[in-house]
Ligand binder design. Structure first.
Ligand SMILES: [Mg+2]
Length: 378
């Protein structure tokens, strides 16, 4: 049992713009921050709990506190080494619904151990980054066309090299947005789409001619954990021109087996909170490689600097992520809880950060200001 005091800070950080999503509509980041404390040091980690990703939207404070305590009870005492906890963190027995909170616990533990040992996460994990510079792509949420156009203009001006466009069920909206994006960004620009599990099999097949016409070949999660539906799409000849990306369909390690057997997806979208943290995400990337799947590192809407920081660490340690998304906090959140916001420069280029514990330094006074609910997990 991991014998540390645990607390949860439920955040409410207003977004800079109204964010719409095909299955959720929020005005604020509602991340849960887990704090682990040994009396001398505190470490912090973040969970983005989304019902449509993992089947739970833990917003009840008693439930969250019990779940965090339950996770700690299943982890051995870390002493000064993450190696002791590694087998338990990487166990395939964690239910999908617990993975976001496991991500928060793992982040807090990494942060705490880094502070205790006065090292950064690379040194703690005995791993050197494979790259010191990353290139981030952009995400275009579902927005009214004038707002979408404004955002596309900002991406163009910032030289962002590739874009993920969130699509809706409404074919007319999709056509309008994609035509605008293609026209503004240019013929050779790398555009991909994410349906966020909003389409049926027939709706997916109906979208294919439009996507082909507008030079899109990567389609993320049309259906949402419907293996049979994906097989039916795969049987349609036109689908052969497309690569499907598993997001909601790729949560557990076992999902990778299923996906590679079915050959219905060619890529997976790895997200820290969905997969249960940094170490499980790195493992997921290795499994994908072993099964001949490519992968990208994605993010959750509303992530604070904690998950941006860990995401940057993840992207620097993965062998070959095709795309890296995230580090949007400066653009998306009206305020942050870390000392230095994450963002990227022209061309989406950003450097890794060394000597920052697990990749971020939480500013507790900023966090307290943005905390809507705070409770101990005893
Ligand atoms: Mg997605």
């Amino acid at each position: 049992m991991l014998n540390l005091k645990a607390y949860v800070h439920a955040l409410s950080i207003p977004f800079k713009l109204d964010f719409a999503h095909s299955q959720a509509r929020r005005q604020a980041s509602d991340s849960l921050i887990v704090q682990l404390s040994d009396g001398e040091y505190s470490g912090f980690g973040e969970a983005v709990a989304r019902e449509y990703v993992t089947g739970t939207s833990s917003s009840d404070s008693t439930e969250v506190a019990t779940a965090v305590r339950g996770i700690l009870d299943r982890l051995p005492d870390a002493d000064d080494s993450i190696d002791t906890v590694l087998p338990a963190l990487l166990s395939s027995h964690w239910p999908a619904a617990e993975l976001p909170l496991l991500c928060a616990v793992e982040g807090a533990l990494l942060d705490l151990l880094c502070k205790r040992q006065k090292v950064d996460v690379y040194t703690l994990l005995h791993r050197e980054p494979r790259r010191r510079e990353l290139i981030y792509g952009g995400t275009l949420p579902i927005l009214p066309p004038p707002a979408a156009e404004k955002m596309l203009g900002a991406y163009l001006q910032a030289g962002i090299p590739n874009l993920r466009i969130k699509l809706a069920r409404d074919t007319e909206y999709n056509r309008r947005i994609l035509e605008k994006a293609r026209q503004m960004m240019g013929d050779d620009y790398d555009l991909r789409v994410d349906a966020n599990a909003a389409w049926s099999v027939d709706e997916t097949v109906d979208q294919l001619p439009l996507l082909r016409e507008l030079g899109v070949s990567l389609i993320e999660e049309p259906l949402g954990r419907d293996w049979d539906g994906m097989r039916r799409i795969g049987a349609v000849p036109e689908s052969g021109n497309f690569c499907f990306v598993a997001d909601e369909s790729a949560v557990s390690f076992q999902d990778i087996e299923q996906i590679s057997q079915d050959a219905s997806f060619g890529m997976i979208n790895i997200r820290l909170s969905k997969h249960g943290g940094l170490l499980r995400s790195l493992h997921m990337a290795r499994l994908a490689e072993e099964h001949g799947l490519s992968y990208q590192l994605g993010c959750h809407v509303g992530e604070t600097g904690i998950l941006s920081g860990l995401g940057r660490v993840a992207a620097s340690l993965m062998e070959q992520p095709v795309y890296v998304d995230g580090s949007y906090d400066r653009h998306l959140l009206s305020e942050n809880i870390i000392t230095e916001d994450y963002f990227f420069g022209y061309g989406g280029i950003a450097s890794i950060r060394r000597n920052q514990a697990a990749g971020y330094i939480v500013d507790t006074s900023k966090m307290e200001k943005l905390t809507s609910d705070y409770y101990a997990c005893s």
